[in-house]
Design a protein around this ligand. Structure first.
Ligand code: NAP
Length: 263
């Protein structure tokens, strides 16, 4: 076997079972990392098998990160592995499409906040002290280009991703000079199960052109390992949109985004 676990750095990737997270895990395996990957179902085991074929030691963990115990229990398993984390990628997340007033369900939206916000805070709280003690570590938080604009018809999602972006930049500043960096990844619309799962398959965004998840993951991993503060994930049009969003008034962006996300 080519892998030498003791000598290879170790990365935790949440949401490694699908989409962008699988690609991030693959990129890290390519760059010599062993992996702890989380997912909710059987597909994390399939992904783990593929990553092992790349020479990595892989620990697949099943966890519903939308509950306190669902974060704390896998974290105990991470500690039992007994190796320090060099990288943590807090990537698991989801959206909910539909009109806030009439379509979407409150419990579902509170679950979304539990996953996209609470789990990020919770895992960062567990991961950072060990990295700080070692004076070394890289953290990537998957936010979204949605963090740069209002997101009507994904009314809870965009704000949850704005949290991720601001949290990453805030924590990063606190840790400046410590050897631990925090990077936010802001993907534009990307080809994964994300929009279908959000019930947005038939919206203009759902049907529209998407960025290649391999490109988004590569840009995220490059920025993570370079210790950058953030990176917009996607093609030139996506990067241009993110730049424009800095200058456009919020109501203008809301109107455009609403037209594309309307059911
Ligand atoms: N795709 C886009 O257009 C886009 C754009 C901007 C930002 N993002 C962000 O990118 C990240 C990854 O999304 P994706 O596009 O790769 O979507 P995806 O293909 O649906 O993958 C989502 C991942 O999150 C995991 N996950 C979902 N709910 C979970 C829960 N309750 N507990 C634990 N894990 C859970 C999924 O696990 P299972 O598959 O095992 O259920 C899966 O691994 C998300 O944070 C998303 O907000 C996506």
């Amino acid at each position: 076997m080519s892998a030498m676990p003791a000598n290879r750095p170790l990365a935790l990737v949440t949401g490694a079972s699908n989409g962008i997270g699988t690609e991030i895990a693959r990129q890290l395996a390519d760059r010599g990392y062993d992996l702890i990957g989380t997912g909710r179902g059987d597909s994390i085991d399939t992904v783990a098998e593929r990553l092992r074929a790349q020479g990595a030691t892989v620990h697949p963990l099943r966890a519903d990160l939308a509950t306190y115990a669902g974060v704390e229990n896998p974290w105990k398993q991470v500690q039992e592995i007994g190796r320090p984390l060099d990288v943590a990628v807090l990537n698991a997340g989801r959206s909910i499409g539909g009109a806030f007033a009439t379509d979407t369900d409150l419990d579902d939206e509170l679950q979304l906040i539990a996953l996209n916000v609470n789990a990020v805070i919770h895992l960062a709280k567990r991961v950072v002290p060990g990295m700080l003690a070692r004076g070394k570590g890289r953290i990537l938080i998957t936010s979204s280009i949605s963090a740069t604009m209002p997101t009507p018809y994904e009314t809870v999602y965009g704000p949850s991703k704005a949290f991720g972006y601001s949290f990453a930049e805030s924590l990063r500043e606190e840790l400046r000079g410590s050897g631990v960096t925090v990077t936010a990844l802001l993907p534009g619309a990307t080809d994964s199960d994300f929009h279908q799962r959000a019930g947005m398959g038939r919206t203009a965004i759902g049907k529209g052109q998407k960025n290649d998840k391999r490109l988004v993951a590569q840009q995220g991993v490059d920025a993570l390992l370079a210790g950058k503060d953030h990176v917009v994930g996607g093609d030139r049009a996506t990067k241009r949109q993110a730049l424009l969003n800095r200058f456009l008034p919020e109501p203008v962006k809301a109107c455009r985004q609403g037209a594309d996300a309307k059911p």
